[in-house]
Design a binder for this molecule. Sequence first.
Ligand SMILES: Cc1cc2nc3c(=O)[nH]c(=O)nc-3n(C[C@H](O)[C@H](O)[C@H](O)COP(=O)(O)OP(=O)(O)OC[C@H]3O[C@@H](n4cnc5c(N)ncnc54)[C@H](O)[C@@H]3O)c2cc1C
Length: 539
Amino acid sequence: MSQAHRFDVLILGSGAAGLSLALRLPDSLSIALVSKRDLREGSTLYAQGGISAVLDANDSLASHIEDTLDAGADLCDPERVKLVVDHGPASIRWLFDQGVEFTRDDKAVDAGGYHLTREGGHTHRRVVHAADATGREVETTLEGRVRARANIQILERHIAVDLISGRKLDIKVDRCLGAYVLDDASGEVKTLLARFVVVATGGASKVYLYTSNPDVSTGDGIAMAWRAGCRVGNMEFMQFHPTCLYHPQARTFLISEALRGEGGRLLLPNGKRFMWRFDERAELAPRDIVARAIDHEMKRLGAECLYLDISHRPSDFIIEHFPTIHARCLELGIDITRQPIPVVPAAHYTCGGVVTDEMARADLPGLYAIGEVAYTGLHGANRMASNSLLECLVFAAQAAVDIQAHLGVAPIPPDVPSWDASRVNEPDEAVVVSHNWEELRRFMWDYVGIVRTNKRLQRAQRRIDLLHHEIIEYYGNFQVNHDLLELRNLVGVADLIIRSALRRRESRGLHYTMDFPFKDPSQRQPTVLIPDNYRPRLD
Ligand SMILES: Cc1cc2nc3c(=O)[nH]c(=O)nc-3n(C[C@H](O)[C@H](O)[C@H](O)COP(=O)(O)OP(=O)(O)OC[C@H]3O[C@@H](n4cnc5c(N)ncnc54)[C@H](O)[C@@H]3O)c2cc1C
């Protein structure tokens, strides 16, 4: 029987959300920071555009709130939107204090000397950025700070298997007590116990065949919290980024929305612009409208991709503002200063997730969810560009406040049984995992993608039921490994997406169904799914 490891706070995930929480907690607390690949690997590292916050004297909090509510198609929680927007400027200042360097512009006196860019849905320039590699600057700076803190124990290449809850083990403490975590190197499943547990595991876009997200985005936190008895909300609202690079050798490379913000034009294969036909804001319309327009035109023309052109802007400007995109495209033989970029839409962001309150608390006492894994009410039916990194920062700060407020009362977890692998065998048919992984992502793309119908969703539901059954059986009989754990979570999350999509009998924001093509005011509420083992919080 292996020994349990004990901490004050256990943080699962090391993106913007997990890292900033770890840094906001006092160094008197012992913290475990678990990351299933290298510490820096996650969506945060790849974020290009920037972080939205009201930093310009000509902008206003009211305007940021209004734009967010507008993008969310009447489904945002106005109080949460206000909370996030109000905390925006302070969150950016906190990043400055950590040493994050944003792109400067000496002429931008009203914006404190920072260059602010504009993205879809924003009526002002309010996106602070580090050229076109904002996420890398944020992630690596925070990583450096975390690695320097003696109170934070980092466990890389460790994947959380399941949350440990008193409820499930029939221990009298009705609380999240920790997590079972698989060490990829040794194959050992460790027991990590903590007074507070935080899922910061990112989104679930890997459930789709084409995605802008890195491999880690398999919805683990959503699936684990659901299994532990937490509600999930708004899972039908999966955001597809309109413009990912279309190239056989380029896996998941995003062409930032900022390129359109700086004048990039979307073109059909014949070189003609078309966005005016779909929205008067043309290329600056919110993402869902742009993605659907591209999907529509591609299907109408049978085109493999469309094009995004910024070559009318001066070369120096393009190279200065988009060095990463310029360099990556050039490697593939595309010179964006002279020619258009071939693009397709891809799954990009999970608007729904684990239901949380204003302090980032999930339904199970002792458990918090922060970052893309959470459903906070900020995004409603559609996320506005650059609001997500802000959401990570704000709710990490909220969780830090709440954890500190409850330090005096949170119990030390009791002993729990260690992971029992005595009744399972070595996996004998790895092909089951790889086959089901492919099948799942393909039918989610085909049947639960940008444009949906009842028939397609029902078809997907039948397939997911079968897969669920097969994976649960496999999971029960064989030793766990990284791929199996991710597949189990993806299947669980796909099921939640399909069930939520079937419930929403209207088109709103990111959920578009041909059977109900219009918004229905009577359905202006979030889709909340409740697991069988749910219990309302009493504290
Ligand atoms: C290409 C791209 C560009 C983007 N651009 C922008 C932008 O410009 N502005 C903006 O606001 N947003 C942007 N986004 C969205 C934004 O980057 C994400 O929403 C945000 O970074 C999520 O941060 P996070 O901390 O919640 O998760 P992530 O950064 O994804 O981190 C998740 C962490 O959880 C770990 N993890 C997952 N499962 C487990 C498990 N079972 N056990 C242990 N660890 C686990 C991962 O290893 C990783 O460390 C972009 C996203 C992408 C993919």
